[in-house]
Design a protein around this ligand. Structure first.
Ligand code: ZN
Length: 501
């Protein structure tokens, strides 16, 4: 046991307490708080954020971490303590390189930029957002320059924030492979659109019945209602206080059955990850999912690899029909399966199907890379955006609202975040391939045995939280580092069959 680690604990607990309060307020703001609450509540958020920062970044913690990183002291730590020290040390060193006044000014800039973006989006007015975006980009590039290490491109530094070890080199290779393999597939499918009909998913589906179905689906995949709750919000999301309190939200549209169904399976996948974290590390800096990409792999594994398969619905589709006899009584399982997998290029990322989705991400990745390499001005961005949509997906945005202004990420300075969405799908496909080697997945699904796969994921991914990174988890579980070939094979096989190519 390390005496020094014991001294670190109260600091961690203090930071954790502020963090929990902030998450509770944030959850409340997105679900139940009245519209006009935010202006006053944001003052409390500001103070709590400052306290959280001070609890983690102070001379005492810095001193302790430095001593704990020394080889002699490392020997006294167990695996998860070592991982925690490593993670905190890395984060602290990155943060320290940014002067405190600049960090403060940047936080204020971000607080202002969100409403500017929101209004610009509502008014289809990119020009009003451009100056703020310029400021955010300049700050981001300056910060990343402070943090840059030898051999890293500026954009590598941003990427590392969301997915450790995933560089421009790895992502160029990843997206290059997707482009080569999938652009022709998307073009072929465009000519065979009539093969898959999904109009019946857009009939009137009473929301109360949809809620019943979603509750059933959450329980079915193993969401533990004794350690989690569901609520409604504008956009579905998951938040976690600790492994015994994980919350998901959903949003219901009367004329879109698939939206709520797949949202609850998706967020449920995120939630299973957080509920599966080991008791020994919850409420610590390594007590949650290891990265954005790994988190998204869990949600997409449930949503797509399981949730959009025939075997998943086979034992439960009759239940869906019973809930909606008028709408789905005459629709067979095969027809339902095809509809929930329909692929058609579209303008909005969050509404894209499984096959075209990574291209929405690739477009953002390419643009972010250009921004960080200084190859494009803020004024030119909408034109570049529209050109790339035409090139990869064959569609042209009818407005900036449906084009470059659609996502909030850039207004929040989240450059380097988008690739995690596509990485998540690719990691999910690799995991799915592996799981099929170690268990008869389809048979299990057909027999309603979701516990086997849930336990497997818990044992090999979830329980470790942030103690191991994505590459370490993949290597230990599958014997192989990240490999996008499984993703390409999965999509090619699935859509070739679906559209009889
Ligand atoms: Zn997600």
């Amino acid at each position: 046991m390390s005496e020094l680690f014991e001294q670190l604990k109260p600091h961690l607990e203090r930071a954790y307490a502020f963090q929990t309060a902030l998450r509770a307020i944030s959850w409340d703001n997105s679900t139940l708080a009245p519209r006009e609450a935010i202006e006053n509540t944001s003052k409390a958020i500001g103070i709590l954020s400052g306290e959280e920062y001070k609890a983690q970044v102070n001379d005492e913690v810095k001193g302790l971490l430095k001593e704990l990183e020394a080889p002699g002291e490392q020997e006294k730590l167990n695996d998860s303590e070592r991982a925690l020290v490593r993670k905190m040390g890395k984060g602290l060193r990155k943060l320290e390189k940014i002067p405190a006044e600049e960090y403060q000014a940047y936080s204020e800039l971000l607080a202002k930029s969100y409403p500017v973006w929101e209004q610009a989006k509502n008014n289809n007015d990119y020009a009003s957002f451009a100056p703020v975006l310029q400021e955010v980009i300049s700050s981001q590039k300056r910060f990343r320059r402070y943090q840059q290490e030898e051999g890293q491109t500026l954009y590598d530094v941003a990427l590392d924030e969301y997915e450790e070890g995933f560089t421009v080199e790895i992502l160029d290779d990843f997206f290059g492979k997707l482009r080569t393999a999938l652009v022709p597939l998307i073009k072929q499918i465009r000519e065979k659109q009539e093969l898959v009909q999904d109009g019946f998913l857009n009939q009137n589906y009473p929301i109360e019945k949809q809620k019943e179905l979603c509750r059933f689906l959450a329980e079915y995949i193993g969401f533990d209602f004794n350690r989690g709750v569901m609520a409604e919000s504008e956009h579905p999301f998951t938040t976690n206080f600790h492994n015994h309190d994980v919350r998901i939200t959903n949003h219901f549209h009367e004329d879109r059955l698939d939206f709520a169904c797949f949202s609850v399976i998706h967020e449920g996948g995120h939630a299973l990850y957080e509920q599966g974290i080991d008791d020994g590390i919850t409420m610590t800096p390594i007590g949650e999912g290891t990265s954005m990409g790994m988190h998204e792999s869990q949600s997409r594994f449930y949503e797509n690899n399981l949730g959009r398969s025939r075997a998943f619905w086979m034992p439960i589709y009759h239940k869906v029909q019973e809930l909606f006899p008028e709408q789905l009584g005459g629709v067979g399982l095969e027809e339902f399966y095809r509809a929930i997998n329909k692929s058609a290029p579209s303008l909005i990322r969050t509404e894209a199907d499984e096959l075209t989705y990574p291209f929405h991400v690739m477009i953002r990745y390419e643009i972010e890379k250009m921004i960080f390499q200084g190859e494009v001005s803020v004024e030119e961005l909408p034109a570049v955006w529209n050109r790339k949509y035409q090139e990869y997906l064959g569609v042209s945005p009818d407005s900036d609202t449906n084009g470059i202004l659609q996502d909030m990420h850039w207004s929040g300075g989240s450059f380097g975040y988008f690739p995690s969405y596509a990485l998540g799908s690719a990691i999910a496909a690799q995991i799915c391939h592996h799981i099929k080697q170690v268990m008869p997945l389809e048979e299990y699904l057909e027999a309603k045995n979701l516990a086997a796969v849930r336990e497997y994921l818990k044992e090999h991914i979830h329980k470790y939280g942030g103690a191991r990174n994505t590459q370490e988890l993949l290597l230990a579980m599958t014997g192989e580092a990240f490999n996008p070939d499984y993703y390409i094979a999965y999509l090619t096989e699935k859509y070739t069959e679906l559209y009889q190519l």
